[in-house]
Design a binder for this molecule. Structure first.
Ligand code: IMP
Length: 423
């Protein structure tokens, strides 16, 4: 059996959590492969909303096993809160949630370093979620990090203290002052570690490869989006991990020839939170409508998301680097009511019209050419079958399919599990 991947094709917040939740019934195992509590995966069912940050979105299903892979970074403080939220709903996570020993830990001082680094950047700041993601991955690649497996060693505290000491010294290099109370932060961290220890730590690459051998079905769940990928995103305004398909191989320890379907999730329009270029961004009433109707506020930070038209140049790029085999279009309902819709189909770049994503997409380098579509007025949120979808929406969808050469298998018409139309 091969392992299927599910990832975001834009700048995150595409609705991956909802689709993982919808698809979980088809899988034995859901495995997160990168990112950490910078993610916010929202699931709505039975009239309740749940937001997960680090825990895979299959946790609410009775039978699925959930694995936090080696590519993920875990903040024990936030993880504890996520587990406590599951306690409220009587979810038995101790048997269904497995943690890779090779996953790295976010220390309190990683968060402080994130804050110091962002503040010192001034106007050039990335707009980080400030969850310590960048500094933790820096320690990973710098070969200084602390991993979950270290917690099984007698000397884990010594390791922790040495790294914390180093971070405190590093904080002095920044020309900004970050206020903190280390004792309080450490007390919280230790409580988080105690909670984390209630879970099973595993050699996840061994577990997953055995599962593949034994014909178990596995879905790898990505976080953030392809345009935030450390290599292929809009660098430096990106996150610090590989959010694209290759990240699933390194973040879970599965070989490329074990990858099956790649599900690419995208919104019918585009959003971005934080800084960085965004060629189709809108600064007018249309953008305001998308933000309002689409409730475009970050699930992790509550920040307002920037909104704009769908960008096919960027979408095709993301489909290419990920090898997407099936598309899923989210938030189609948010576009109801527009007279005219636009899709970016090419850029003007250095005096030429181009259809691929160039190295630099800052506004001074690119302008956008759009194709216009007739909008639809019908409220989609109560629709349950593909035959109910308005003609103009089907034309919008058909155009994207023709341009990308990938079928759109799901059209999502609302946040609830049930508001999902299979095509
Ligand atoms: P960091 O990963 O928290 O350092 O943030 C780096 C950039 O990625 C910032 O622009 C964030 O707003 C963005 N980002 C990180 N995680 C997410 C996410 O889950 N959804 C959307 N944007 C994100």
């Amino acid at each position: 059996m091969k392992i299927d991947l599910l990832l975001g094709l834009q700048w995150g917040d595409e609705g991956k959590g909802k689709i993982v939740d919808v698809l979980t019934k088809n899988y034995d195992i859901i495995a997160r492969f990168q990112g950490g509590p910078n993610a916010g995966h929202t699931l709505i069912f039975d009239g309740k909303k749940h937001v997960l940050h680090t825990i895979p979105s299959g946790i609410f299903h009775k039978t699925a096993m959930n694995v936090v892979g080696n590519g993920v970074v875990i903040d024990p403080v936030i993880f504890k809160k996520e587990l406590e939220n599951l306690d409220v709903h009587n979810i038995d996570y101790t048997s269904k949630l497995l943690i890779s020993r090779k996953a790295h830990l976010i220390l309190p001082t990683h968060r402080l370093l994130d804050a110091a680094s962002e503040t010192s950047k001034g106007k050039a700041k990335i707009g980080s979620t400030l969850k310590g993601i960048g500094p933790t991955y820096m320690d990973k690649t710098g070969r200084n990090g602390m991993r979950v497996g270290d917690l099984e060693l007698d000397n884990w505290k010594e390791k922790y203290e040495a790294l914390t000491k180093k971070h405190i010294k590093m904080l002095h290099f920044f020309d900004v002052q970050i206020e903190y109370n280390l004792e309080e932060l450490e007390a919280e961290f230790c409580k988080g570690i105690d909670k984390l220890r209630q879970l099973q730590f595993i050699d996840s690459e061994e577990y997953l490869n055995n599962a593949i051998k034994n014909n178990k079905t596995i879905l790898a769940e990505g976080a953030q989006g392809s345009l935030l990928d450390i290599d292929f995103g809009t660098y430096p305004f990106v996150t610090s991990s590989n959010t694209t398909a290759a990240g699933a191989c390194t973040g879970l320890g599965v070989a490329p020839n074990k990858i099956g379907d790649v599900f690419g999730i995208f919104k019918a329009y585009t959003t971005r939170v934080g800084s960085g270029p965004f060629p189709t961004e809108l600064f007018d009433k249309d953008g305001e409508t998308m933000a309002k109707v689409g409730h475009e506020f970050g699930a992790t930070t509550g920040r307002a998301r920037r909104c704009g038209w769908l960008d096919l140049v960027a979408l095709k790029y993301a489909i290419q680097v990920n090898g997407v085999t099936q598309l899923m279009m989210m938030k189609g309902d948010v576009l109801s009511g527009f007279d005219t819709l636009k899709i970016a189909t090419s850029y003007n770049y250095k005096g030429k019209e181009i259809t691929h994503l160039p190295y630099n997409i800052e506004p001074e380098n690119v302008s956008v050419n759009y194709t216009e579509f007739k909008g639809w007025q019908a409220d989609l949120t109560k629709m349950t079958h593909k035959d109910q979808l308005p003609k103009n929406l089907l034309e919008y969808v058909a155009f994207i399919e023709k341009e990308t050469e990938v079928p759109i298998k799901i059209v999502s018409v609302g946040p609830d599990r049930l508001q999902t139309i299979d095509r």
